[in-house]
Design a protein around this ligand. Structure first.
Ligand SMILES: O=C(O)CCC(=O)C(=O)O
Length: 273
């Protein structure tokens, strides 16, 4: 069976583009199945079991264990199934249509595992763009559930339409910093949601269900209250053709991508895997 058969693209892509533009996040139930999905789950499990015992074959693949969750970076560089996903032209074409650009290419991936019944580990309200080391007209994220997700097991919660703000917001960990141009102080999203000024959205999910996210949509993840199950996702990040190098006070270091290679504003071409 080919990988293509395990990628179940929805037909209503123009509706999905409309939702991406309006809400900033698009649920895509059942995007992945079959061998591709089981291989991804297996790759994540195997890497996490062996990562501390063996040296990575590529310094861009790494794991970090934090209270309540583990973060694995750069699996596309060492795991065949992740590479298959991010180099698949059907996936890239689908994402470019949802985002409304000619083409997108993979540039980064991240796998998160939230431990069962973990009081810590939540991710505060934020949007992702400030952490990215480049800018482009569109930089969609494909978020794929590799476990069940329900209200108790760390669902992603979105502030609907928040990507349409003119501002960027600093990460919640930034305090007492001068905000770079284009930034505004992060609003109290919980209060805005409570008083109804902002609508929140989240979806229960099964392994293989996906979300396509705009790089500016504001979201958070509560800690995992499920007593038994981990909540695992693989997050792949994509960029349109017009990407230029751009870093500011909030850009995260990304292994394999550095200021030595590109100058500010320089076109970022080439493959990242
Ligand atoms: O998967 C999650 O729970 C969090 C993902 C997230 O916040 C992110 O990718 O920025």
């Amino acid at each position: 069976m080919s990988v293509e058969a395990d990628i179940r693209l929805p037909e209503n892509v123009s509706d999905l583009h409309g939702t991406y533009v309006k809400d900033g996040v698009v649920p895509v139930p059942g995007l992945l199945g079959g061998k591709l999905l089981s291989n991804l789950i297996e790759a994540v499990d195997t890497y996490r079991r062996t990562a501390d015992l063996t040296e990575s074959t590529d310094p861009r693949t790494s794991v970090k264990h934090l209270p309540g969750r583990s973060i694995v970076r750069g699996l596309a560089h060492t795991q065949g199934s992740v590479r298959e996903l991010v180099t698949n032209s059907l996936v890239a074409e689908f994402l470019s249509k949802v985002a409304g650009v000619n083409s997108v290419r993979y540039w980064n991936d991240l796998t998160l595992a939230y431990a069962p019944a973990a009081p810590a580990g939540e991710s505060a309200w934020h949007h992702d763009l400030p952490a990215f080391p480049m800018r482009a007209t569109e930089m969609p994220t494909l978020w794929i559930a590799l476990s069940d997700v329900d209200w108790d097991s760390s669902p992603l919660v979105y502030a609907r339409g928040s990507h349409r703000s003119d501002h960027l917001y600093p990460p919640s960990t930034a305090s007492d910093v001068d905000l770079p141009e284009g930034y505004a102080a992060i609003p109290d999203w919980d209060s805005l949601a409570d008083d109804g000024s902002v609508e929140t959205q989240w979806w229960p999910m099964k392994p293989g269900d996906a979300l396509v996210m705009h790089a500016k949509v504001v979201h958070c993840t509560p800690a995992n209250r499920n007593e038994k199950n981990e909540r695992v996702s693989i997050i792949t990040r994509w960029v349109g053709d017009d990407a230029v190098w751009h870093r500011d006070a909030f850009s995260a270091p990304i292994s394999g991508l550095s200021d030595q290679e590109w100058r500010p504003g320089e076109s970022v071409a080439g493959d990242f895997v």
